[in-house]
Write a protein that binds this ligand. Structure first.
Ligand code: FDA
Length: 275
């Protein structure tokens, strides 16, 4: 089951999948799986592994960037540790000629993650951050971050959040995404990354993108709606595939199952067939 959504346990396996995706016309964002790290040793090994990942992007000539999770780099331990990690990765990515996207985790970390983006962007100007349409604070975050340059990934939001901080109704989240996407697509100081598999939102995004005179891209998860992914690239739109790898796949897979309960049948079948 994990193999459908994850490019294997090792950097080698991720590089092989990334190369094939590049050949198919997709750019890639490599994500070393791992989150909620509570010991300093694991957080600093994650940074080393990301540096190795950037080294491979360079040596293999991949058209790829990296996506990082703040709590994997020590944010839950100490914000200054995560800052140091962000600066190290930003510098190495800049030397390789690529960018770093900071994933957005649950609402305990939103403000600190926004600060990390501000900090990294001020240092090396090659950062992006994910903002979640379901968060009530996102319109204000867009206003705060759009002028800073870099890129902003807009996604719906994958964590269970309380009513105080996040919109609960799917219809209202979709409307918020639509509105925020329009704000992003009108802005020239940032590169919008529209991260959804939702057909209605994709249709609107294609219209907005066709009229936009500045860079933007679509982003989708590896293994989700591959037919739609191929169709977007065939139509000439830039599409980056978010490509997770590594052994810590369980929380990632759980979120993918929650988004689409029918994936659980796929999961059960895989278990029964022993694959
Ligand atoms: P929605 O959930 O409404 O799905 C629309 C359609 O897409 C479904 O009807 C189904 O056909 C298909 N689909 C969606 N998810 C599927 C799945 N798991 N399996 C099979 N089919 C599926 N979240 C977050 O909180 N922080 C982050 O940093 C990121 N980063 C991120 C990067 C990228 C590139 C993407 C595409 C998404 C994220 N997300 C994320 C996840 C995001 O918040 C959201 O949970 C999922 O993308 C699902 O939402 P959709 O917009 O696809 O719509």
């Amino acid at each position: 089951m994990a193999e459908r959504f994850v490019a294997g346990d090792t950097l080698d396996s991720a590089v092989a999948v990334a190369r094939a995706l590049n050949e198919g016309g997709f750019t890639v964002s490599l994500d070393l799986l791992g989150e909620e790290v509570t010991d300093v040793g694991s957080a600093s090994s994650a940074v080393d592994e990301y540096v190795a990942c950037l080294d491979r992007i360079e040596s293999e000539g991949l058209d790829a960037n990296i996506s990082i999770k703040p709590t994997q780099l020590g944010l839950a331990i100490d914000e200054s540790m995560a800052r140091k990690a962000v600066v190290r990765l930003g510098r190495r990515a800049a030397a390789v000629g690529t960018t770093v996207t900071i994933d957005m985790e649950d609402s305990r970390y939103t403000e600190a993650t926004v600060r990390l983006f501000e900090y990294g962007q001020a240092e090396t100007d090659n950062f992006g951050v994910a903002l979640q349409a379901y968060m009530k604070r996102t319109p204000a975050d867009l206003e705060r971050l759009i002028p800073l340059g870099g890129h902003i990934r807009l996604c719906k939001g994958a964590y269970v959040e309380p009513d105080e901080v996040a919109i609960q109704s799917k219809v209202v989240v979709d409307a918020a995404f639509d509105q925020q996407m329009r704000t992003l697509m009108e802005a020239e100081s940032t590169v919008p990354a529209i991260a959804t598999h939702d057909s209605d939102l994709l249709k609107t995004a294609r219209d907005l993108g066709s009229r936009r005179n500045a860079p933007f891209e679509f982003q989708m998860l590896y293994g989700v709606r591959s037919d739609v992914q191929r169709e977007l690239v065939a139509a000439g739109f830039p599409l980056r595939i978010y490509l997770p790898f590594g052994s810590q796949w369980y929380p990632y897979l759980t979120r993918r199952l929650a988004e689409r309960p029918s994936n659980a049948w796929f999961f059960a079948r895989a278990l029964l067939s022993g694959s």
